[in-house]
Design a protein. Sequence first.
Length: 342
Amino acid sequence: MNQSVNFETKPLIPALQAAKILAWISHKSICKSTAIANLTHALVFQGMRVLIVDTDGVPTIQMFFEQHKEETENRIAKNKAKVNALQAKGRAVSQTLLDQIEYDEFAIENRPVVIARSLHELDAQFDVIKREYANFDYIIVDVPAKVLDSKNNPIKEIKRLISFSNLVITPYKGDNQNAVTAVTVSSIIEDLKYDAVSLGGKFNTKVRSLLAFEPARIKANAKEVSANLTLTDTSTTAARLARNAERKALKEIDRNSQMMADIKQFGEVFGEHQMPLNAPLVFRSVYPNQFNKGQSIYNATTDSAKLAQTEFNLVVDAILSAFDEEPEAVEASENQTITITN
Ligand SMILES: Nc1ncnc2c1ncn2[C@@H]1O[C@H](COP(=O)(O)OP(=O)(O)O)[C@@H](O)[C@H]1O
Ligand SMILES: [Mg+2]
């Protein structure tokens, strides 16, 4: 997933298994396109074939990957020219440079396929697309922000998309506004479960919420941080710097535990229909910049990018393992005579 990874080539004969379908649904602009671009890069560097279906009127994802391809090709050309120049002078070529070229060429060769479809078109062509890309590992669907009609009911294509998906991610930003959305989404899922069971079928889609946080907006608990400080010496500049570094690290730990507590609380309220992934989506300033340049967080090597990668890798792992989890059991409630299934 990072540049030290071994690139495993895919077997020539794909496993007899259809692509796994992952849809991202939220009716507010949160982080879907950005997270999808980064997730896709993580998957690509694990050797996965990925199809992205961009159903947004504004094809951000498609533009991102086109831009990314161009950026990557330019970088390959530039780095190859550097290698040639060094070799012409009889000078050593650094392994980092060679690795970068290999990494970029791998990225180009395995780059995801992005197609743009309206939700309506996707709905009509879903079987065709699934067949056409059956040897892909993942089909990721980016959904536009507007998923409810004027009466606040989910448009029918959304309901069908949820039913057809193996996994649905519902991203929320950790603020009050999201509770409203979360209630709506939970009721959609509840309806779908009810419909599936009353038709004698099963609801096999797993729905997982993804809580997004901006650490810059989370105030660390000062008392807690001071209580945990081990460095007390302030007599020299070096000692003060070390103490500040410890304080900063403790603040980060405190914010992290606040995020995890919020995830847990969300799970207590909405876990029945959209159990949260056990990893926060952390907002870092490195994201927008990289995205605009056509680069995902995995292309950058700065310390802040590495932090963002480490954090996002946990999200990736949580998403991938969610595919293997059992779907939630559909409970029969008191006024339903439906039997329990999962
Ligand atoms: N993890 C993140 N850290 C920082 N900024 C982010 C992150 N994810 C998204 N953003 C920014 O938030 C805005 C909305 O993100 P976007 O992915 O376009 O949302 P959506 O697809 O849900 O509408 C963009 O400006 C994007 O750069
Ligand atoms: Mg978007």
